[in-house]
Structures are given as structure tokens and as C-alpha cells.
Design a protein around this ligand. Structure first.
Ligand code: NAP
Ligand code: F7E
Length: 353
């Protein structure tokens, strides 16, 4: 039985990856943070499953900012594979806490690599580093590939850039099986509520049941290449099953604006919108409600609020994942429409009390 250690197991990707690895027969160990309220909602299902909990699934307290704790855990677990998914992962919030973001997302990766090296596990433990399309920032090429130069645009992306290169450096310097997955945005019903896709599906569902009046958003023009987290954790696993450690772009190759994501979400509820005005004065108004939910013609359902603007924005991301498709045999099963449908259905269920 292979052993995996997942940092960030309480997050969106951690949950999907734990599901995947348990289904493949792995023993899964996860890092959880001490929090004043419990933070394990996404993985609570395993606590209730007595055949899994403490037999194939284990949680350990720790933090990416605590090297002695990480080193002890890696020594005790002796994992075959480490998936370093833990991070302060919110780009906008990273402008408010840049130092912590550097410590956690940048140096945190170094702590894991050093632990494996100092414990003499370089030949036995493979490492996956959660790199990101945010590295491309002010894009130097369209679409972005493994060869596109980086131009990070936030403290988050700069920290992740350190993590990317220290992973490459440890691979080259110490012959470690350490790889970067450069993953473009990936979403799901389990996405954190303050990322734009989930914010949209959640607030639209609340409006559908008269629990909210209006959705407040920032930049509607930026474009993202959105996939489903379930497809993307499969790519993470494939990256560590190769003969040679390499870095891979994982993306759908389709890009969509925030505005079009909003339009698609409302369309699934049979509501037609019209956007009026520009910049801070832009709004979306209901033109026609052909569906069963509580929207009225003329109702303003989206307003722009500058507090959601970022000091520096990433305007356009679109990935070319040809390398992953050829070498890993990976391709996404979900398209954007199927992803949004799953997300809005889940949020409608959540608020239909
Ligand atoms: P997420 O839902 O925000 O989960 C982040 C995880 O990291 C949570 O388990 C969180 O714990 C944990 N964490 C945060 N700070 C920590 C610390 N100091 N020590 C230990 N754990 C800590 O993020 P995600 O969407 O699953 O993303 C997973 C990884 O992929 C992240 O590294 C992210 O930066 C990267 N990434 C994500 C995307 C995407 O579109 N989702 C794309 C590219 C790369 P709590 O639950 O306690 O907060
Ligand atoms: O923003 C715009 C915002 O926060 C997407 C993380 O997983 O993916 C994620 O980072 C876009 C940006 O994701 C709102 O300005 C408009 O242009 O959903 P997001 P992100 O910044 O792309 C990458 C790949 C990661 O690695 C990260 O960890 O949407 N936007 N209005 C808004 N964004 C938010 N959050 N909230 C708004 O109201």
C-alpha cells in the first residue's frame, strides 16, 4: 500500500485528491491546522467511516510555517508521495498579508524539500508542488505553455514563483523526484466562498430564494481558463507516476470572462440579463425570467464595487496543456457548462431550506 502525505487536505483540492488516492488504495495522511472552530467540513465524511478513519486515513496537526513539525511528520509517515497543496491561496488577500504569504507559500515549500533531503528520503519520496497559472501574470505569450516566461502580479504569485524554482532546483541539485503542476483555475461545489466562481453561484442561489438582493463583484473583464478540480487532481497523481520528474501545464484551453460566467449561471436558471454602464457604474439587470425562481424583470442583480479590484490584475489566462495530454494521457472530462451546472445545482440545494 502506497503512503501519501497531503498538505492542504482540508482545502478544495486536498479533498478531491484524498478521494482519488483512497479509491486507488493509498494510505492517506493529511496535514490540518489548529483552528478555534473545526475546519474539516470537506473531509468530515471520512471521520464517520470507521473502515477508513485511522486505518487508511489519518490527520496530523501542523503548519507549513513550522519546519520541525513538518520534518517530524515526514519522518514518522515515510511517505512515498508528498502533495504540497497547502497555501494562503487567495490572490487578493495576499496583498493584505504579503509576508505571511511568502512564508507559507514560498518558504513552506522549501521546508518540505529540506525535510525530505535531510531525512535521506530523496530516493524514495516523490514531491508534487502546487504551482499556478498566476505565475504568468502579465502574460508574455498566448496561450501559456511550460516555456512561457513568468511575470507574477501579486505577492501570492511571487511567493509561488520562489516555490516553483526551489522545486526545480532541488530536483536538479539533489536528483529528487520533485515536480511542478502549473494548474490553471479549477473550481467545484467545494470551492471556497470568496473565489469568484463560487461567490457567483452561491449568491445567485441565495437571490433565487430571496435571501439576497444583489451580487457585488470587482473586475468583470478578466478572463480565466476554468476547469473542474476533480479532473485536475487526477493530473497531479499522473505527474508523480511518470519515470522522469517534469513540470506540466494543466488547463482546458478555453478562456471566459467573469461577465460571461455570470451570464451562463443566470441562463441555467432561465434568466436573461443585460449589462449596462461601464467600470464602477456597470450593472446587470434582469431582462426576462422564464424560470421558476424569484427574479423580477428590471431587478439589478449585479453591481460593481471597486473594493474587489486588485492593485495589479491578471487580465487573461489561457493554457496550452498539450504536453500533459501527450505524456500523461490526461484530458479534462468536464467543460465549463457542466462545471457551472454542478456548482449552481449544489448551491440551490444548499439554500433550499
Ligand atoms: P484552498 O481550498 O484555499 O486550500 C488551501 C489549503 O491550505 C487548506 O487546507 C488550508 O487549510 C491549507 N493551509 C493554508 N495555510 C496553511 C498553513 N500555513 N499551513 C498548513 N496548511 C495551510 O486551495 P485549493 O484551491 O485547494 O488549492 C490547492 C493548492 O493549489 C494551493 O496551493 C493553491 O495555491 C494551488 N492552486 C490552486 C488553483 C485553483 O484554481 N484552485 C490553481 C493553481 C494552484 P485551512 O482549511 O485550515 O484554511
Ligand atoms: O479571481 C476577478 C478577479 O479570486 C478570478 C486561486 O485559486 O486561481 C485562483 O486565483 C478573477 C480575478 O481567482 C471578483 O479580479 C471579479 O481576475 O476567483 P479568483 P484567481 O485570482 O484567478 C489561481 C490559478 C490560483 O492559483 C489561486 O490560488 O475574478 N473578480 N470580482 C473577483 N474575484 C474575487 N475573488 N471576488 C470578486 O468579487
Amino acid at each position: 500500500m502506497k503512503k501519501a502525505f497531503i498538505t492542504g487536505i482540508t482545502g478544495q483540492d486536498g479533498m478531491y485528491l484524498a478521494d482519488l488516492l483512497l479509491s486507488k488504495g493509498y494510505e492517506v495522511h493529511g496535514l490540518r491546522r489548529r483552528t478555534s472552530l473545526l475546519n474539516t467540513q470537506r473531509i468530515d465524511k471520512y471521520f464517520a467511516d470507521s473502515a477508513t478513519y485511522s486505518h487508511k486515513f489519518y490527520l496530523h496537526y501542523g503548519d507549513l510555517t513550522d519546519s520541525s513539525n513538518l520534518t517530524r511528520l515526514i519522518q514518522e509517515i515515510q511517505p512515498d508521495e508528498i502533495y504540497n497543496l497547502a497555501a494562503m491561496s487567495h490572490v487578493h488577500i495576499s496583498f493584505s498579508m504579503p509576508e505571511y504569504t511568502a512564508n507559507c507559500d514560498g518558504i513552506g515549500t522549501l521546508r518540505i524539500l529540506e525535510a525530505v533531503r535531510l531525512l535521506g528520503l530523496t530516493k524514495t519520496t516523490k514531491i508534487y508542488q502546487a504551482s499556478t497559472s498566476e505565475l504568468y501574470g502579465l502574460v508574455q505569450e498566448v496561450p501559456q505553455t511550460e516555456k512561457t516566461p513568468f511575470y507574477p502580479r501579486s505577492p501570492y504569485a511571487v511567493a509561488k514563483m520562489y516555490a516553483y524554482w526551489i522545486t526545480v532546483n532541488y530536483r536538479e541539485a539533489y536528483n529528487m523526484f520533485a515536480c511542478n503542476g502549473i494548474l490553471f483555475n479549477h473550481e467545484s461545489p467545494y470551492r471556497g466562498e470568496n473565489f469568484v466562481t463560487r461567490k457567483i453561484t452561491r449568491e445567485v442561489a441565495r437571490m433565487a430564494y430571496n435571501l439576497a438582493d444583489c451580487l457585488h463583484l470587482g473586475n468583470l473583464n478578466s478572463k480565466r481558463d476554468w476547469g473542474h478540480a476533480k479532473d485536475y487532481v487526477d493530473a497531479m497523481w499522473r505527474i508523480l507516476q511518470q519515470d522522469k520528474p517534469e513540470d506540466y501545464v494543466i488547463s482546458t484551453g478555453v478562456t471566459t470572462s467573469i461577465r460571461d460566467f455570470v451570464i451562463k449561471t443566470f441562463a441555467l436558471l432561465d434568466v436573461e440579463l443585460a449589462f449596462e454602464g461601464t467600470h464602477e457604474n456597470e450593472t446587470a439587470v434582469v431582462v426576462k425570467n422564464n424560470g421558476k425562481y424569484a427574479f423580477k424583470a428590471g431587478q439589478v442583480v449585479v453591481k460593481v464595487h471597486p473594493k474587489f479590484y486588485r492593485p495589479t490584475e491578471v487580465d487573461l489566462l489561457i493554457g496550452d496543456s498539450s504536453k500533459a495530454r501527450q505524456k500523461l494521457g490526461w484530458q479534462p472530462k468536464y467543460n465549463l457548462d457542466a462545471l457551472i451546472k454542478e456548482m449552481i445545482d449544489a448551491d440551490l440545494k444548499l439554500f433550499n431550506k
